[in-house]
Ligand binder design. Structure first.
Ligand SMILES: NC(=O)C1=CN([C@@H]2O[C@H](COP(=O)(O)OP(=O)(O)OC[C@H]3O[C@@H](n4cnc5c(N)ncnc54)[C@H](O)[C@@H]3O)[C@@H](O)[C@H]2O)[C@@H](O)CC1
Ligand SMILES: Nc1ncnc2c1ncn2[C@@H]1O[C@H](COP(=O)(O)OP(=O)(O)OP(=O)(O)O)[C@@H](O)[C@H]1O
Ligand SMILES: [Mg+2]
Length: 298
């Protein structure tokens, strides 16, 4: 693929005086439960720092106050464990440009069932869907839920990838053929976009494999994947909206995924330079603006 960084730059919407609030992105994060409040926060705040105008979190009742108290910037809906959770989220879908399903969702059966309903409603509306973390757990149990939906992007870490691969291909991952594995997994799921995170991120739509080996650091604190999935929620919307002339006819979700991976790794690199081993995901969030600027706006 031609200069992929340039394609990412092409899809970034210009900042102009003519826009109204919301035009540059209204993103929904589905996740956040009793155990995990950090993951949905990292995803949602990252979406805002990348440039979305509004970021909504749909989480359980007991996670909501906690997440709100991290940040006044986020809009938090305590609906995910309510009896009509799917309907409560569905009401917001017409106002959302993309959804990120899974950061901090947990594996409670009721919450997974509600996430399933939200995925189904989002598909009907044609909304780009990023699936991460426990959302991938759900897909591993029920792949047909997302199979063939071309506007889905899955962002597995090493463990999530091998679980999904074994469920779909009935074979263990071949550690000598990472490219082949990510291609085969995408194809088995109907050519949706897969981002296999790791030392090098492999991004595939079943036809191409892009490699992102942008320099990060050796610090692997939790929450970095959440920063990636939240950023990707925005970039997927921008790339999809930009149209084929801006991406030179390339799959917009490959372009978006490459952008989110390189951005996450650049944040890691910058935060590590400042804090070394004590660096955490919050330090990376504070680097998003400068990292984005360095990679995409110069
Ligand atoms: N502060 C928070 O609230 C955080 C919550 N998180 C949430 O925690 C839940 C579980 O996520 P996990 O990622 O632990 O999922 P899993 O429960 O599937 O665990 C994955 C396991 O794989 C291991 N692993 C990761 N990369 C590996 C590699 N390259 N080779 C071998 N092992 C590897 C990890 O150490 C982890 O033990 C999700 O809901 C997630 O969103 C995480 O996002 C981290 C931050
Ligand atoms: N060995 C590595 N070297 C460099 N970067 C890496 C390495 N492993 C992962 N990354 C980067 O870290 C980011 C998050 O990937 P990781 O595998 O940690 O996700 P995760 O386990 O889902 O994280 P989280 O704790 O948020 O759930 C990605 O941008 C990926 O490129
Ligand atoms: Mg993760």
């Amino acid at each position: 693929m031609e200069n992929i960084f340039q394609l990412v730059r092409n899809v970034i919407p210009p900042l102009t005086a003519k826009k109204h609030k919301g035009q540059d992105g209204r993103i929904g994060i589905v996740g956040g439960c009793q155990e995990y409040t950090g993951a949905p926060y990292f995803a949602a705040i990252s979406a805002l720092k990348v440039g979305a105008d509004l970021s909504h979190v749909f989480c359980t009742k007991d996670a909501a106050t906690v997440i709100k108290s991290y940040s006044p910037e986020l809009i938090v809906h305590p609906v995910l464990d309510s009896p009509d959770a799917v309907h409560e989220v569905e009401k917001w879908l017409p106002r959302l440009h993309s959804v990120v399903i899974g950061p901090g969702l947990g594996r409670d059966d009721v919450l997974l069932e509600n996430a399933k309903g939200i995925i189904e409603k989002s598909k009907v509306k044609g909304i780009p869907i990023v699936i991460d973390a426990d959302g991938l757990w759900l897909i591993t149990q029920q792949p047909s839920l997302i199979q063939g939906y071309a506007r889905a992007i899955l962002t597995p870490n090493a463990m999530e990838f091998s679980r999904l691969y074994e469920a779909m291909l009935r074979d263990p991952v071949d550690s000598n053929d990472h490219h082949g594995c990510v291609l085969r997994l995408s194809q088995a799921l109907g050519n949706l976009t897969i981002v296999q995170k790791g030392e090098r991120d492999l991004i595939s739509d079943g036809e191409k494999v892009l490699v992102c080996s942008h320099e990060g650091s050796s610090r692997r604190c939790g929450g970095q994947g959440d920063l990636l999935s939240g950023s990707l929620g925005v970039l997927a919307h921008w790339a999809f909206l930009a149209g084929p002339e801006k991406t030179n006819g390339q799959n917009p979700f490959l372009v978006a995924a490459f952008g989110a991976c390189s951005l996450t790794r650049q944040c890691n690199n910058q935060a590590f330079q400042k804090f070394g081993r004590s660096m955490t995901a919050s330090d990376m969030v504070l680097e998003i603006g400068a990292a984005f600027n360095k990679l995409f706006e110069n």
